[in-house]
Design a protein around this ligand. Structure first.
Ligand code: NDP
Ligand code: A1CAB
Length: 268
């Protein structure tokens, strides 16, 4: 890989992607990062051996720019970058909500834009990155994008109209599972278990269930039925989940996340 990639705004997701690229074999010399604070830039240089530069310098030197600032900071970043991005560059946005048209309007004619929604499990090479081409992005640009995201998990191409939904499902998705683990661990405390044991029981159950979902090819209902013995314990718990509207709560929660992604598109 002799393309140079810059990560602009190397916070949580930017660093997760940077570490993934290094694990995947990218040479630190082919990677540059930008950060707003000098101490953060020094931390990244020390941790990964990459060069840290200003945003304009990154735009001039890298073939591919991954923009990973918050959606609310994207306008200011593009104002700074605009004059320095040459027409043959690929711009990849990891920001929730912001549409590819937002970049295309603010960057020089011809620049290809790809929108990607990754998630934090890219840190353990189990990410889910959902990819959409902007108006000027070609198959080659999509393949270049996949070369960055595939080594750190799965990728899926979707039409851009599905990006806000994908953000609600997989972009934010890990947080819902952490929330469930937290709540179920509390339940373990309620039932009298030490916190550390409750945590281990729930985390291992989550890992086992996730691997079965991925590897068995079975529908989740089938897998749940195999756990739910007649007149047993599980069905009592399921009855309570239904009574408390957990399924409806999840439908509403993901719809709210999708709606927030749409709002972010208009800079709110
Ligand atoms: N966290 C997640 O799970 C996911 C996040 N995303 C998207 O990724 C983007 C970043 O999110 P996240 O990593 O969580 O947020 P962070 O706040 O951790 O990262 C953003 C980083 O950008 C830096 N920054 C802001 N403006 C500039 C600038 N002009 N030049 C250089 N650096 C700048 C910030 O600096 P400072 O530290 O000084 O504020 C910060 O370090 C968002 O758009 C989000 O929607 C996408 C998928 C998943
Ligand atoms: O919460 C957020 O807005 C970001 C986008 C997806 C995950 N985290």
């Amino acid at each position: 890989m002799n393309q140079k990639v810059a990560v602009l705004g190397t916070g949580k997701i930017g660093e997760a992607l940077l570490s993934g690229m290094i694990r995947a074999g990218w040479a630190p010399a082919d990677l540059v990062v930008t950060a707003r604070r000098t101490e953060r830039a020094a931390e990244l240089r020390g941790r990964y051996g990459v060069e840290s530069v200003g945003n304009a310098e990154a735009a001039k030197t890298a073939d591919t720019l991954i923009l990973a600032v918050k959606p609310q900071d994207m306008g200011a970043l593009l104002d700074e970058l605009g004059p320095h991005v040459a027409a043959d560059r690929l711009v990849i946005s990891a920001a929730a909500g912001i549409r590819t048209g937002f970049f295309e309007e603010r960057l020089a004619e011809g620049i290809a834009v790809v929108r990607v929604m990754p998630n934090t499990p890219v840190l353990v090479d189990e990410g889910m990155s959902v990819i959409s081409a902007g108006r000027r992005a070609t198959e080659t640009h999509l393949v270049r994008t996949e070369a960055i995201f595939q080594p750190v998990g799965k990728t899926l191409r979707v039409p851009e109209k599905h990006q806000d939904a994908a953000t609600a499902l997989s972009g934010s998705g890990p947080a819902y599972f952490y929330y469930l683990v937290e709540a179920m661990t509390d339940a373990g405390i309620l039932l009298g278990l030490p916190r550390a044991q409750a945590h281990d029981l729930i985390v291992q159950s989550a890992i086992g269930a996730a691997v079965m979902l991925r590897d068995s090819g079975e529908h989740p209902v089938k897998l749940r039925e195999a756990v739910t013995s007649p007149a047993g314990t599980t069905i009592n718990a399921i009855r309570e989940l239904e009574k408390h509207g957990v399924r409806a709560a999840l439908l509403a929660a993901l719809e709210a996340a999708r709606d927030r992604s749409r709002e972010l598109a208009s800079g709110q």
